[in-house]
Ligand binder design. Structure first.
Ligand code: ADP
Ligand code: ZN
Length: 723
């Protein structure tokens, strides 16, 4: 039987499992019903796809959306795995064809909608087969407490009863305990086999910034994301249309998406985004379910989301491929009031719960500690690090604290004197001596605090107000945001205690922080942009030819690695993440050709990617070559055995060594060099001085007198000596 590791490498092209994947697969292979809770991008699909390929019989995957099924099947086919789906989108011939493929045992995976699975036709098909695994994707649909309840999911337990020997997996990204228990109970799980992954998405940079001039802020943000995909969420359809039109005027490649668009147009816009024909989607929250696009590099919230749960879900659509991605929320007080206005129209008990959600959201947006803490605690997870290094608050310069005692006193007494009946915006109006209807109505121009705060701007005052709330000197009532002075605040006023804080909003760092960079090997962040663009064009051309989204051919991560390491032969290319056997056979030559030409024209050398330590390293050629060489085999004999040039053997040896294996020092290596001992010594001195990593500086230092082939040989000798 194939091992999970060999399938991971050969079929999926990955070196190592992501957290919990291996444990989940073990559990399923031991035929225990399993509940998997992982955030988007956590790698859920692989946890049933690998067992499906290891088991003898059929795996049925239940999925609620036609688009998701299609996407998964396309991705599997590109990996050389035979999978089909059955749903109402198929013509009757296609349907029969797919039925036949399952019946004959050719397809190991069958994707179905729950309502399809419950039909007599499918029941009888499955009864004629060995059903080994029943995987239920988006399993929260089974729970009325989830955000996406589907009654058909309730009946899945009947399927389980009909096919009791099939092991069952339920997978979801919804973590609330109530939904979890509900899933296990509805499916009749008898033992508790739960795998709960961390919901911390380490490749997402999280930023919240005050919304001042949102269009200008958005355009400025987009300048850092040339040619990259992203989603901008807006509150209303009208706002979506306006912003999409504005960005189009600025020559961005952009389309709108909301429920008010005609069906055909909505589908076309979504498809264009998925296929990389369009860069940006401006959307209401109607957009996202069923979008599997892994290379979404940014998510902007142009308006405030209505709860932390939806916010987390929406930002979660960024960076599924694990590459660094940026999430920006433009926050304004006014947005919160707008949402509050809508909540006011609702009935109890929905109204109170909506207020609570909004309140948590505004507290999050106004908070000054690590963003990950409130986000993760919302999902019952404690984030124990003080500083994540990958959110605005952690990356911010520790804003210089100044004495804000006077403004704090002014603010608190103004709240007190106006009777503790107003929100921050009105208090600020009083302090600034504004003349408006509300001031007139309550005769607030007669207050002693009227106009005593003209030394600060409105936004500085709002910032002070937030700090006073955060410190517990002011209390803010959730529904109408009315401020009142707390006991602690009164104490402070009476005792004339000093208060330290910030006058201005801290300058937030927009740069990718060091920590985020650490989510990738440093070198992969400095990939060659021009080569990447060429590779991406090739990918797009192949994808269009096959009528699939580009990410079905290769993920961005695979291309980034190609544009980092410049692999020159099959073995090196197979070392790129996501390069399985079938993908290599189908597309390897096309991509190798581009990389080789580019490397030649630009005099770029291959860089060795340190392979992940894994058992199956032993099966790779460079290991075999390295070991044979260490065992005493000569270069000549290795060249003959593998039918390759000395250069290729040298490459294998170099990689063997960079993977952490020592290499014997041998005279036959040095004998390959045609230089005199004197000249060789000069090269070694140059390595001493400039380091052995890059050959170009050494080449230049020696006035181009020594060619690159020589340098490669001598570098290897040099490194052997060093060890
Ligand atoms: P989920 O369904 O949990 O949102 P996916 O199954 O779509 O996540 O996986 C997210 C991405 O991670 C996909 O691009 C997938 O190919 C990739 N992936 C999954 N497992 C691994 C792994 N072991 N190593 C590298 N990438 C992986
Ligand atoms: Zn942080």
């Amino acid at each position: 039987m194939l091992t999970a590791e060999s399938i991971l490498k050969a079929t999926f092209g990955y070196d190592t499992f992501k957290p919990l994947q291996r444990e989940i697969i073990n559990n399923v292979m031991a035929r225990r019903d399993t509940l998997v809770i992982m955030p988007t991008g956590g790698g859920k699909s692989l946890t049933y796809q690998v067992p499906a390929l290891m088991m003898e019989g059929l795996t049925v995957v239940v999925s609620p959306l036609i688009a998701l099924m299609k996407d998964q099947v396309e991705q599997l086919r590109a990996l050389g795995v035979s999978a089909v789906f059955l749903n109402s989108s198929l013509s009757s011939e296609e349907y029969q064809e797919n039925m036949d493929s399952v019946k004959s045992g050719q397809s190991k995976l069958l994707y179905v909608a729950p309502e399809t699975l419950l039909t007599p036709r499918i029941y009888s098909l499955l009864s004629s087969l060995k059903l080994d695994l029943l995987a239920i994707d988006e399993a929260h649909c089974i729970s009325e407490w989830g955000h996406d309840f589907r009654p058909e999911y309730r009946q899945l337990v009947d399927v389980r009863r009909k096919f009791p020997s099939a092991v069952c997996m339920a997978l979801t990204a919804t973590a609330t305990p109530r939904v979890r228990t509900d899933i296990a109970a509805s499916l009749g799980f008898t033992e508790k086999n739960e795998f709960l992954a961390s919901f911390n998405r380490e490749n997402l940079f999280i930023e919240v910034t005050p919304k001042q001039d949102p269009v200008a802020q958005t355009v400025k943000f987009l300048q850092n994301f040339k040619d990259q995909s992203g989603i901008i969420y807006c509150f209303s359809r009208k706002q979506v249309d306006e912003l999409a039109a504005t960005l189009a005027r600025y020559k961005y490649s952009v389309r709108p998406y909301h429920a008010g668009l005609e069906d055909g147009e909505r589908k076309r816009n979504q498809e264009a985004f998925i296929r990389d024909d369009v860069q940006i989607i401006v959307a209401t929250i109607a957009f996202g379910m069923g979008i599997n696009k892994p290379n979404v590099r940014f998510v902007i919230h142009f308006d405030l989301p209505k709860s932390i749960e939806s916010y987390y879900q929406e930002i979660g659509r960024a960076g599924r491929d694990g590459l660094p991605s940026h999430c920006l929320l433009l926050y304004s007080y006014g947005d919160a009031s707008k949402i509050r206005y809508f909540i006011d129209q609702k009935e109890e008990p929905e109204r109170s719960s909506s207020y609570q959600h909004l309140d948590a959201m505004t507290r999050y947006a106004e908070g000054s500690s690590c963003r990950r803490k409130p986000l993760l605690s919302y999902f019952g997870e404690t984030y124990s690090q003080e500083n994540c290094g990958i959110c605005d608050n952690c990356g911010a310069e520790p804003g210089s604290q100044t004495d804000i005692t006077i403004p704090a006193q002014k603010f608190l007494s103004c709240v007190k004197r106006s009777g503790e009946k107003f929100g921050a915006a009105h208090i600020v109006d009083i302090l600034l001596g504004a003349d408006n209807e509300k001031i007139q109505k309550y005769s607030h121009q007669t207050l002693s605090t009227y106009g005593i705060g003209k030394e600060l701007t409105k936004s500085q005052w709002m910032h002070i107000s937030r700090q006073l709330v955060e410190r517990g000197l002011l209390n803010q009532e959730p529904a109408y945001r009315v401020l009142s002075v707390t006991a602690k605040g009164l104490e402070m006023l009476k005792a004339r205690e000093q208060v330290f804080g910030q006058i201005n909003e801290a300058k937030r760092v927009g740069k990718v922080s060091a920590k985020l960079r650490a989510s990738l090997p440093a070198e992969e962040l400095e990939y060659d942009n021009l080569l990447f663009a060429q590779l991406r064009n090739k990918r797009k051309e192949l994808a269009d030819g096959e009528g699939v989204p580009p990410y079905v051919i290769f993920s961005d991560k695979t291309l980034v690695q190609m544009a980092t390491y410049f692999p020159q032969d099959k073995d090196s290319l197979m070392n790129m993440s996501g390069m399985g056997k079938v993908k290599y056979e189908r597309y390897g030559a096309d991509f190798l050709k581009i990389i080789k030409e580019y490397a030649r024209e630009n005099k770029l050398e291959e860089k060795y990617k340190t392979p992940m330590r894994n058992k199956d390293d032993a099966g790779r050629r460079y290991v075999a070559v390295g070991e044979a060489y260490n065992a005493g085999e000569s270069l000549e004999s290795l060249m003959a055995r593998y039918g390759v040039t000395a250069d290729t053997i040298l490459n294998h040896l170099a990689r063997f060594m960079t993977a952490g294996n020592p290499l014997r020092t041998a005279s036959d290596l040095l004998a390959l060099s045609k230089l005199t001992p004197d000249q060789q010594q000069k090269v070694f001195t140059a390595f001493d001085e400039l380091g052995p990593d890059m050959l170009r500086p050494v080449h230049e230092k020696l006035n181009a007198a020594v060619n690159y082939d020589e340098l490669k040989i001598l570098r290897l000798c040099y490194l052997c000596e060093k060890r």
